[in-house]
Design a binder for this molecule. Structure first.
Ligand code: NAD
Length: 259
C-alpha cells in the first residue's frame, strides 16, 4: 500500500504544525502550507521530514484567495498522487464591534477558513471516494458552537464550517470517508498570544490579568489546551477505530461548551 498523504492547511504554526508533526511521525507524506515563501520555512520542513519515513513538502498558497485552495489541493495531488487526509486548519481572527468591523477583515476571515475548506474538500473528496477511504478534519472552534461578542466574522465562519462538515459527512457517509469538526477552546498558539497582547491594550490590563479574566473566563479548567492534544485527536480520527465517527463536532475545550 502506498503511504498515506495528508494535506494540512496553515501548518507552519500552532495547531496545524502540531498536526503536521504528528502525521510526519506516523510516516505519512505531509503537505505543509502557509502563505509565506518556502525559504522562510526551510528549517521546519527539514525538521519534519526527518521525523518519519514519509516525505514532507511545502506548498505556499495564500488562502485568502478562493482559487488558491483548489490550486493547492491540485498541486499536492500532482506531487503525491492523491490526498487521503485533508485537514482544513488555516484560520485568522479579528476582534472588533460589528459597527466598526472592516469589510476586508470580514472577507479575509470567511475566505481563509470557510471558502478555502469548501474548495479543498471539492478538490480532494473525489479521489478519496474513488479509493474508498478518506478523512476530512475541519478545525472549527468552540466558537463554532457558542458566540462571543466582537468576533462576528470568526463566530459566523466557524458555525458555517460546522454546517459544511455535517453536510459533507452525509454526502460521503457510504464511501469510506469521514468528515468531522474538532472544536477547540483556547489553545496556546501565536494566534492567541497576539489576542492577549491586543486585549491587554484595549482593556488596560496586564497580560496575566487578560489571560485570567478575559481569555480563560469561559474555559472551566482555566487552562489552555495544548496543540498536541488536537493533533492526537486528529490522529485518532484517522485510525480504523474512528470509522463510525462522522458528522461530529468534537469539543476539546476544557468544559466551555458544557455550559
Ligand atoms: P496560528 O496563527 O498559530 O497558525 C495559523 C496558521 O495558518 C499559520 O501557519 C499561518 O501561516 C496560516 N495562515 C494564516 N493565514 C493564511 C492564509 N491566508 N493562507 C494560508 N495560510 C494562512 O493559529 P492557531 O491558533 O494554530 O489556529 C489554527 C486553527 O485553529 C484556526 O482555524 C483557528 O481558528 C483554530 N482555533 C484556534 C484556537 C486557539 O485558541 N488557538 C481555538 C479554536 C480554534
Amino acid at each position: 500500500m502506498s503511504k498515506r498523504v495528508a494535506l494540512v492547511t496553515g501548518s507552519t504554526s500552532g495547531i496545524g504544525l502540531a498536526i503536521a508533526h504528528k502525521f510526519a511521525e506516523m510516516n505519512y507524506c505531509v503537505a505543509l502550507n502557509s502563505f509565506e515563501p518556502a525559504e522562510d520555512h526551510a528549517a521546519l520542513i527539514g525538521e519534519l521530514d526527518a521525523l518519519g519515513s514519509g516525505e514532507v513538502a511545502y506548498f505556499p498558497a495564500d488562502l485568502s484567495d478562493a482559487s488558491a485552495s483548489r490550486a493547492l489541493a491540485d498541486a499536492v495531488i500532482a506531487r503525491f498522487g492523491h490526498i487521503d487526509v485533508l485537514v482544513n486548519n488555516a484560520g485568522i481572527q479579528k476582534v472588533a464591534p460589528i459597527e466598526d468591523f472592516p469589510d476586508e477583515d470580514w472577507r479575509r476571515i470567511v475566505s481563509v477558513s470557510l471558502d478555502s475548506a469548501f474548495h479543498a474538500i471539492r478538490a480532494s473528496l473525489p479521489g478519496m471516494t474513488e479509493r474508498g477511504w478518506g478523512r476530512i478534519i475541519n478545525i472549527a472552534s468552540a466558537h463554532g458552537l457558542r458566540a462571543s461578542p466582537f468576533k462576528s466574522a470568526y463566530v459566523a465562519t466557524k458555525h458555517a464550517v460546522v454546517g459544511l462538515t455535517k453536510t459533507v459527512a452525509l454526502e460521503a457517509a457510504e464511501k469510506g470517508v469521514t468528515v468531522n469538526a474538532i472544536c477547540p477552546g483556547y489553545v496556546w498558539t501565536p494566534l492567541v498570544a497576539k489576542q492577549v497582547a491586543d486585549q491587554a491594550r484595549v482593556h488596560g490590563l496586564s497580560e496575566e490579568d487578560v489571560v485570567r479574566q478575559v481569555i480563560l473566563a469561559p474555559q472551566p479548567t482555566k487552562q489552555f489546551v495544548q496543540p498536541e492534544e488536537i493533533a492526537e485527536m486528529a490522529a485518532y480520527l484517522c485510525s480504523d477505530w474512528a470509522r463510525s465517527i462522522t458528522g461530529s463536532t468534537i469539543s476539546i475545550d476544557g468544559g466551555w461548551t458544557a455550559k
